[in-house]
Ligand binder design. Structure first.
Ligand code: NAD
Ligand code: MG
Length: 404
């Protein structure tokens, strides 16, 4: 099936990368280097890395480069002086960039900050490659309704969801009994509850299999990442919460498994390299050559699987409860987690304090969170309020949490 929503007039495919300076953004540009078809870059955006954004904009002859931090506008302007690349700054300018006509947009901003720009891209009704899972956690039903209304093609880039997308063969979920997302288990898979008390940001930032941005690396270590991914899968694949499960698979080779009612299980395997799902989303419904290590199963030898220990890693349980509670709870979960991860990285919260802060924030807000959000403005207002509450709790946790 051909993607008929490409710009029929231009020969080159118009591409925008939101969050081009991040881990997924850089991998996306690397994959574009291997793209056989002509393309032109409409816009690139980053939050604070001016020199990288400017270098990318020059290399890819971007029409527009946007830096999120408004204070860095003049730095970017000088870095791009003498070029005809348009320069802008600020959150609204990122959303405006996302709304400029593009045939394919990579949504790779981290966190709820990616919601408005990603929606602006969706509203164009073309193809959006979705790496930003927080969009779906915060605004799942509203977001998917916007996708349906605009007739955009939404292609999951998160490796497990890309795997499910492939194992579902792009068909409806008929006959699907269960979807299992795998988890590497992170660097602390074998840590005792006692050991987990000693985890520092430096230790948590070293993921055994994947090279990723700081926030998702910490989410992987706490296993909140799998909680966010269950919510992401719930909205993407429209199965029941109880049909979604996680299996720890330390080798990160099998990314997801789809169980069918006749006993078949389809899985997708690949080396742990995000350039494979990015290439899939760029070439879909075809395939393209990607410069990734080919899977050598004989040298890997064995693939192992085990259940998640939710006693040591409570984040998955907390996320599942937030999904089951529904309403505004997933927004609160995500906002509190963003505050908790930033506090941990800043040395203001222990590793075990991350799920504890998220749970306390949910407990404090849960009585008022039963109705589903009716608008994106309500999602963002709830997000902002949950951040304030999480900050307050963080302040009051003080010494008690430092000792947790
Ligand atoms: P990253 O931190 O490396 O990059 C994030 C990008 O977003 C950067 O370009 C940064 O400048 C930009 N950004 C940060 N804050 C912003 C803000 N407030 N406004 C606008 N832009 C902002 O993160 P990443 O690892 O590339 O992850 C990006 C997204 O993809 C996340 O949602 C993550 O969960 C998801 N994801 C990443 C991976 C991975 O392997 N890195 C895998 C699956 C899913
Ligand atoms: Mg993932």
């Amino acid at each position: 099936m051909a993607d008929t929503r490409r710009n029929p007039l231009a020969g080159a495919r118009r591409i925008t990368v939101l969050g081009s300076t991040g881990s997924i953004g850089c991998n996306t540009l690397d994959i574009l280097d291997h793209c056989a078809e002509p393309f032109e870059v409409t816009a690139l955006t980053g939050q604070s890395n001016v020199s990288l954004l400017a270098a990318q904009a020059i290399k890819y002859r971007a029409g527009l480069a946007v830096i999120g931090d408004e204070n860095l506008y003049s730095d970017l302007k000088s870095a791009l002086a003498g070029t005809d690349i348009e320069v802008a700054a600020g959150a609204a300018a990122i959303t405006e960039a996302a709304a400029r006509p593009a045939d394919w947009t990579m949504a790779a901003i981290v966190g709820a900050a990616g919601l408005r720009p990603t929606l602006a891209a969706v509203r164009q009704g073309r193809t959006v490659a979705l790496a930003n899972k927080e969009c779906l956690v915060c605004a799942g039903a509203l977001f998917m309704a916007e996708v349906a209304a605009s007739r955009a093609i939404l292609l999951p880039v998160d490796s497990e969801h890309s795997a499910v997308f492939q194992a579902l063969d792009n068909t409806v979920c008929a006959g699907v009994e269960k979807i299992i997302l795998t988890a590497s288990g992170g660097p602390f898979r074998n840590f005792s509850a006692e050991d987990l008390k000693t985890v520092t940001p430096q230790m948590a930032l070293k993921h055994p299999n994947w090279s990723m941005g700081a926030k998702i690396t910490i989410d992987s270590a706490t296993m909140m990442n799998k909680g966010l991914e269950i919510i992401e899968a719930f909205y993407l694949f429209r199965v029941g919460v109880h049909q979604l499960d996680i299996l720890v698979h330390p080798q990160s080779i099998v990314h997801a498994l789809v169980y069918y009612c006749d006993g078949s299980v389809l899985a997708q395997l690949s080396s742990p390299d995000m350039r494979t799902p990015i290439a899939l989303s760029l070439a879909w419904p075809a395939r393209m050559q990607a410069p990734v290590a080919r899977l050598d199963l004989a040298s890997i030898g064995s693939l192992t699987f085990q259940p998640v220990d939710e006693g040591r890693f409570p984040a998955l349980r907390i996320a599942r409860q937030a999904l089951l509670a529904g309403g505004l709870a997933p927004i609160v979960l995500n906002a509190a987690n963003e505050i908790a991860v930033a506090a941990f990285l800043g040395g203001r919260l222990t590793f075990n304090g991350i799920p504890a802060l998220v749970e306390k924030t949910l407990e404090k807000t849960i009585s008022g969170v039963s109705n589903a959000p009716v608008s994106i403005d309500e999602v963002l207002a709830t997000d902002a309020q949950a951040r304030r509450i999480a900050d307050e709790i963080l302040g009051s946790m003080g010494a008690a949490m430092a000792a947790a």
